[in-house]
Design a protein. Sequence first.
Lengths: 297, 392
Amino acid sequence: MNTTEIVQQIINALALGSIYALLALGLAIVFSVMGVINFAHGELVTIAGYVMFVLTEHGVSWWAIMPAAVIAAALSAVAMERIAFRPVRGASVTTMLITSFAVSSFLQGCFLVFISPRPEPVPTPNWMNENLQIGSFQIQNVQLATAGVTAVALFLLVNYFKRFRSGIAMRAAAEDFETTRLMGARANRLFPAAFALSGALAGIAAIFWVGRLGTVEPTLGLDPVLKAFIATVIGGFGSLPGAVVGGFVLGGLEVGFAAFLPGSVLDFQTAFVLACVIGLFLIRPQGLIPAATVERA
Amino acid sequence: MSGIVLATVATTIAVAGANASANHSLTSTAAKSFVLADAGGFTGFCAPYDLPALNGIKLAADQINAKGGLLGKYPIKVVARDTRSDPVVTLTTTKELLSSIHPNFVFGACASDVNIPQAQAVRKAGIPFIGDNAEVALPKAVPGTFTSTIATNVEAGAVAAWARAHGYKTAYIMGSPDATFVLELAKYFKAAFIHDGGKVIGEDTFKVGAEDYSTQVTKIANLKPKPDVIYNGAFQPDSVTFMKQLRAAGVKTPVLFSDSQEAPATRTAGGKAMQGVVFPTHGLLKPGTPYAAFCKAYTKKFHKACDTVFIAIGGDIVKMIQAAVNKAHSIDPAKVQNALVNLVDVPAITSHITYKGTGGWPKKDVYFVKIVGDKLVPIGTEKANSFYIPPP
């Protein structure tokens, strides 16, 4: 393997890690206020995907489709909070976990019944499928856009968490939710804001996820939520920076093993990735950048 | 807690609706009817194949019933159940069907990863079974069963022969341990390509359903020397994702895929990247053929475009059953099974089909198509038995 190929694989790892970071961050934000992993997060990606499908079918410009997908996912997340999670707020972690599975299953059922069990095409614009040549390296536009949008989203989020009252409250809630409430943060605002933010990140991730796949189907959300979950676990439950780092670590491990394992053991690349995650827990059981206090769910 | 109750009730309603949309009533079957149970994945990853096949079965059954049924006196009653492309659900649903409706025949799910336990249960009950799949793993694991489409070793052998005939001397092969179908195709293509005088210069694996193939694409882009052709046994949407990333990386090497690219979404979603892709298929839609007539009847019945060959595969199954019943002069499952094993040159919908002496898969011609725009353009045929078939 030559240097060009090694550098190219590093670029691939960063691009893949960017998507995982976006997904994991969305999951971690809700975890920080709710104390539970929302396994219906993947369905927000699917909803955004179906919005993209419907709009492309009607010939809408991609410059309108992209914000529409993000807004649809954010609104769906708020609705999810209001309809499914608010009634069980304060219930046990198990109750909320089951609720998230129920929401996920319900939405998948809706996609099957009301849309189609078959994959639907989401033709992406040509610019997404082209590449940028920098010296001897090629960066696909979709990779560049993913990394760029992730960087911008992270920059905006950092500012939001530092400068806005609700952002500061969310950050505080990630450390200690009950104390944050005692300090005057209103749960009925904090929860929808966290879900909206989480949904928006799912919508952004969907643009690139569906953009790469080219199709959307009812079970599309399973893989993204699984990746996001593993990334969140790697980074440390409830830790927002940890979720981002976890996403990049997962992307790096996946690309690294796929690229550098010898052919005879290449079939075991997923096993190697998960073995590394297990190894990490033996060394750092709370993840790479754990939150101050978390209850595992 | 009310949230859980609400969500659970709503989920139940939605999932029940999903099943109801694909199922037929399981009310009592007519005493003198031939009960054809279709326990396929009408949702999940089998849906692009099993759902069109079910519609093809319904249409072909209607056509036969309009003439009095099998042997002119046994109408075909199709009982369909969605098994959600899940091996456990497939097995339990099939067992329930076997005990409740006592079918004369069972048509199973789309992949051997799903339908082998199903086939074992069906054959244990003495009922004939054809799976909506291509993997030779099925008839190998459950003797006496059949595949509905050309087997993986036959398909891979035909593709290798086509590749060599078109001057491709070196190949790079993509496979995956995640799906038996993809795994078998890669294995048999390699064997056939080498047997036919070609050279395999590299192999790689991928994760079925992955959203990213940049690692594999980078390896291909850096190959020296470049292969003449890439063979990838992937089904959609993996094929679309792979092709988009491959072409984005500037790799212009021709790519041959598996037969699973029939779904219209593959052409639409792939856009420019899928242009020129070649893959084998099970039938060619030409004017004046039984396939064309079947498609016309399909559109009339379902008010939908006849947009995938898997509709006709469903028709093939019913034609094979009809031929077996005619040969056996009976709808008794054991007699139908014996007749199926010995069927020769049956004029079905996509082609003439032989089961005798094949080991459980249909012997028929293998057709090749190329994606041009949003159409599939016929580009050739490998006649049955005209090419090397790697042993299963």
